[in-house]
Design a protein around this ligand. Structure first.
Ligand SMILES: [Cu+2]
Length: 192
């Protein structure tokens, strides 16, 4: 045990003397210069790739549009039962009954329409809204329409607007640019 410790101590003191004895690196490539080069490269790569990501995501984001969707209702289902739109879209839903009175109420958005045949004198009615919230929302029949009424549901899927992600990328980009500016300022002040 003692020997082991002693050996290690010897080893340490040897390497310590080696470090002390080693001549200092010639200052042709000063560590400061190398570090500054590395951080400049880091900023350039980060800024270029962030800009590229932002452009790609923005390009992939569909512009908000107006959608007209016909939903057929019958005991006890909707067709289509899944409606997919993009956040920001204006959505017109025409509910058409193929049999009795039905409703279509979108939970979360808390809106919809009641298709009461006798009151409307028609088997269809239209309502519209702007899909401001992204996510998955259940819609259901809110007019008692028989045995399976409680199971008469569908899904509204609102895909998120990627421009929020683009905005996030741009915010990071601005932060990087300003920190790059301060780093350059600080290093040029330190240099001269
Ligand atoms: Cu119903």
């Amino acid at each position: 045990m003692y020997t082991f410790v002693n050996e290690r101590m010897t080893f340490c003191s040897e390497s310590a003397s080696k470090i002390v004895a080693r001549p200092l690196a010639k200052s042709g490539t000063a560590p400061g210069k190398v570090q500054r080069g590395v951080s400049v490269a880091f900023y350039v790569i980060a800024i270029v790739s962030l800009s590229a990501f932002a452009v790609v995501i923005h390009t992939a984001t569909p512009a908000p549009t107006t959608r007209y969707i016909i939903v057929y209702a019958k005991q006890w289902s909707y067709s289509p039962s899944v409606i997919t739109v993009n956040q920001g879209d204006t959505v017109y839903i025409t509910l058409v009954s193929l049999d009795v009175s039905h409703g279509l109420y979108i939970e979360g958005y808390n809106l919809g329409t009641d298709l009461v045949l006798a009151a409307l004198g028609s088997n269809q009615t239209t309502f519209h809204f702007v899909a401001t919230m992204s996510g998955v929302f259940i819609f259901r029949c809110d007019i008692p329409c028989g045995f399976g009424h409680a199971f008469m549901t569908g899904v509204l899927q609102v895909d998120p607007n990627n421009d929020f992600v683009t905005a996030g990328f741009l915010a990071v980009l601005v932060a990087l640019l300003s920190s790059a500016y301060f780093v350059m300022e600080a290093s040029s002040t330190a240099a001269g």
